[in-house]
Design a protein around this ligand. Structure first.
Ligand SMILES: NC(=O)c1ccc[n+]([C@@H]2O[C@H](COP(=O)([O-])OP(=O)(O)OC[C@H]3O[C@@H](n4cnc5c(N)ncnc54)[C@H](OP(=O)(O)O)[C@@H]3O)[C@@H](O)[C@H]2O)c1
Length: 244
């Protein structure tokens, strides 16, 4: 059982289908979880969904990372209120923008929105928030979809931004090697989330969001041998992950 008592972890995208289970897992380990989402109502629902857990502490912030100003001012606020972080998990994205059409039919507007919501926002978040994470002992975990590596027809903007996000993280890991926190890029396939199940979309071959939460908690703890490598694939149970 992972123990993260006395550690403070920021979860970006905590109100999402994966983020809510990452948040629950971290709370169960005893961590203080700073949970970010855009919607206040969804963050209130997250508080309700985690009420059964004791031990950890949950603090929520509604913030949109669509501008560098808002992202930077959030980082300053966090540093003043919490000091350095032990962990940063970025589980942020917006599938509703930038998907759904073959590449030849992607409009300028859809392309721009896809880039803004699924790549630029991650750049802003990494640039502002990584400096808050404790060097050496702290950990940054960033989630990208498997379309970073293999094509998903009608999802070109999402694929391109997943690939871009992956390289942002891997490049930053190289740039800060030996001086920054530990970095983890988690490439995931389709995940069994609570919102997805609520609309009847589910598949036993996919990993559960709770399993992603447990994996993330182990990486942050840092004692598992898997915590020694940066790039991780958690796609579906039947597939062979690409070698590093
Ligand atoms: N679920 C899957 O099967 C799957 C598969 C592969 C990859 N992924 C990736 O994993 C990540 C999480 O997926 P998910 O299913 O949990 O997504 P989700 O349910 O849509 O949640 C996304 C989270 O990101 C937040 N967010 C989106 N845009 C933001 C912005 N500009 N500024 C601040 N916060 C923003 C959302 O806030 P609000 O709740 O307030 O909107 C929400 O908390 C995404 O990057 C997704 O692409 C997911």
């Amino acid at each position: 059982m992972v123990q993260l008592a006395h550690r403070t972890v920021l979860v970006v995208g905590a109100s999402g289908g994966i983020g809510e289970e990452v948040t629950r897992t971290l709370l169960a380990t005893g961590a203080t979880v700073i949970a970010q989402g855009r919607s206040t109502a969804k963050l209130q629902a997250l508080c309700h969904y985690t009420e059964d857990l004791s031990g950890g502490r949950l603090v929520t912030f509604a913030r949109n990372f669509s501008t560098s100003q808002e992202t930077n001012s959030f980082a300053t606020h966090l540093l003043n209120e919490f000091g350095q972080l032990d962990g940063l998990v970025i589980s942020m994205g917006d599938w509703s923008t930038g998907g759904g059409a073959p590449l030849l039919q992607v409009t300028d507007e859809a392309w721009e929105k896809g880039l803004q919501n699924n790549l630029t926002s991650h750049f802003y978040a990494l640039r502002a928030l990584v400096p808050l994470v404790r060097p050496h002992l702290g950990a940054v975990v960033h989630l990208s979809g498997y379309s970073s590596d293999i094509p998903y027809p009608k999802a070109a903007p999402v694929s391109a931004t997943n690939a871009g996000r992956k390289m942002l993280l891997l490049t930053m890991a190289e740039e800060l090697a030996g001086q920054g926190p530990r970095f983890y890029e988690l490439i995931i396939g389709m995940i069994r989330t609570r919102p997805r199940k609520q609309v009847g979309i589910d598949n036993e071959a996919w990993y559960q969001a709770e399993e992603i939460g447990q994996y993330v908690a182990r990486l942050i703890e840092g004692e598992d041998t898997r915590a020694q490598k940066t790039l991780h694939y958690l796609t579906d149970r039947g597939s062979t992950p690409p070698s590093r």
